[in-house]
Design a protein around this ligand. Structure first.
Ligand code: 6PG
Length: 468
């Protein structure tokens, strides 16, 4: 098998090495040839690599059907590479965009390339640098025939799912692969924000120091319920020192974003799916970066409710853990609901259970929860029911009460908990039974004759609200 890789940044270089380890002859190109030279110097002996300096040389280096993985920045750079390559491609050659492209760009590119009979795969790749080298989770969408050709190599390269399979599957047509990766990142934002809020509460209300915090995250990662890649790296972050200082304490508190979280919230609005925990996480990053506003607001009066007692060490730890657990379930649920809705509207026929399975390893949001979600979304209703029961059981009893207490504490003590509270209110809205939106309907009808539906009879109704 031959694979071309364009773009030898860290991700591209590591994927090229991973492909070579899996027996591929890897043809390399980078816009600046120095990077290709450096790659060859550092890794050239690891496998069969063919360094090239132009698109012509690059495309001529293939002996068989061309399969080219583009690892360049999402946006214009992808269009430029496609444009430059197309004159050298033949019918049925395959272009793969492995970046975090917006799914609508992928749809557009796929349509344009289809006219030229060139196959296109938009493939989300998760796992960062380490994953790219040793096994990422990959979400390829687009031409099924192209996937049939690439499948064996991608399967070799992907992470193990822990149950005998690999973290790659054909996601579906069009831009579905990039859509699923986008939602993966939306969930990633939500989980990271939830962890950050737990950190804030544990540190500033619970009084835990960095070593204590690390110990908590180690315990989470070792537990059945909260075992996750993000818990694992968070535990390591807290103990990392630079001379006598903990690195975490030296880092500025404003988080940026490349955009996939924002895209998830935009898509959720477009598809009409509520993803409040993901929205909260995106807003939290935006607010953290609003430095001028934050500086000004420092002089605003803050009145805390200091009658709200903060539970002691172990009790507090356990409450936070409950909050994290139940909030995370809500965050994953929101992401899957968005994927499901997009799948239905676009006719993608996505397999949610398979998506959960390929997220079990390699990717940033891998966690023990995904095995339950895989079962819960599986077509086998026996397993699905059992898995749903497992997850629902987690919402019973003290855990849910602790979740509520944690949110209450944050609110009483001026510790912002946007994602924890968004998950809780998401749960409450779903489970409440009767919501107050009857009043919203009445107001809309009052000022705009928008009509409303009733619970006692079918149809659309209008009331003359001002007449007695
Ligand atoms: C992954 C990550 C990866 C990257 C994000 C960071 O799955 O490996 O999601 O794609 O780390 O793009 O995104 P932000 O810069 O938006 O946080």
């Amino acid at each position: 098998m031959e694979l071309g890789v364009i773009g030898l940044g860290t991700m591209g270089a590591n994927l090229a090495r991973n492909a070579a380890r899996n027996g591929a002859k890897v043809i390399l190109y980078n816009r600046t040839p120095e990077k290709t030279d450096l790659f060859m110097k550092s890794y050239g002996k690891e496998g069969s690599f063919v360094p090239c300096k132009s698109f012509e040389e690059f495309t001529k280096a293939f002996e068989s059907r061309k399969a080219i993985l583009m690892m360049v920045d999402a946006g214009e750079a992808v269009d430029k590479v496609v444009e430059g390559l197309v004159p050298f491609l033949r019918e049925n050659d395959i272009l793969i965009d492995g970046g975090n492209s917006h799914y609508s760009d992928t749809e557009r590119r796929a349509a344009a390339l289809r006219e030229k009979k060139i196959q296109f795969i938009g493939m989300g790749i998760s796992g960062g640098e380490e994953g790219a080298l040793n096994g990422p989770s990959m979400m390829p969408g687009g031409d099924a025939d192209a996937y049939a050709y690439l499948g064996p190599l991608l399967t070799g390269m992907a992470a193990s799912d822990g149950i005998g399979g690999k973290c790659v599957t054909y996601i579906g047509p069009g831009g579905s692969g990039h859509f699923v990766k986008m939602v993966h990142n939306g969930i990633e934002y939500a989980l990271m924000q939830l962890i950050a809020e737990c950190y804030d509460l544990l540190k500033n209300l619970g009084g835990f120091d960095n070593e204590g915090l690390s110990e908590i995250f180690v315990a989470w990662n070792e537990s059945d319920e909260l075992h996750s890649y993000l818990a694992e790296i968070t535990a390591k972050i807290f103990t990392k020192k630079e001379k006598d200082n903990y690195v975490i304490d030296l880092i500025a508190d404003a988080a940026g974003q490349k955009g996939t979280g924002k895209w998830t919230t935009q898509a959720a609005l477009e598809y009409g799916v509520a993803v409040p925990t993901i929205n909260a996480a995106v807003d939290a990053r935006i607010l953290s970066g609003s430095l001028a506003e934050r500086a000004e607001a420092k002089s605003f009066p803050v009145m805390v409710d200091d009658t709200e007692p903060i539970p002691r060490h172990m009790k507090f730890r356990s409450s936070i853990r409950s909050g994290m657990d139940l909030s995370s379930i809500c965050a994953y649920g929101q992401g899957f609901a968005l994927i499901e809705k997009a799948s239905i509207e676009n006719g993608w026929k996505l397999n949610l259970s398979e998506i959960a399975r390929i997220w079990r390893g390699g990717c940033i949001i891998r966690s023990s929860l995904l095995s339950h979600l895989q079962d819960a979304y599986s077509l086998d209703s026996g397993i699905a029911k059992a898995a749903n029961r497992v997850l629902l059981d987690r919402f019973r009893g003290d855990k849910q009460k602790e979740w509520r207490q944690v949110v209450e504490l944050g609110i009483s003590w001026n510790v912002p908990v946007p994602a924890l509270s968004a998950s809780l209110t998401y749960f409450d809205a779903l489970t409440r039974g009767r919501l107050p939106q009857n009043l919203i309907q009445a107001q809309r009808d009052f000022f705009g004759s928008h009509s409303y539906e009733r619970i006692d009879k079918k149809g659309s109704f209008h009331t003359e609200w001002n007449t007695q």
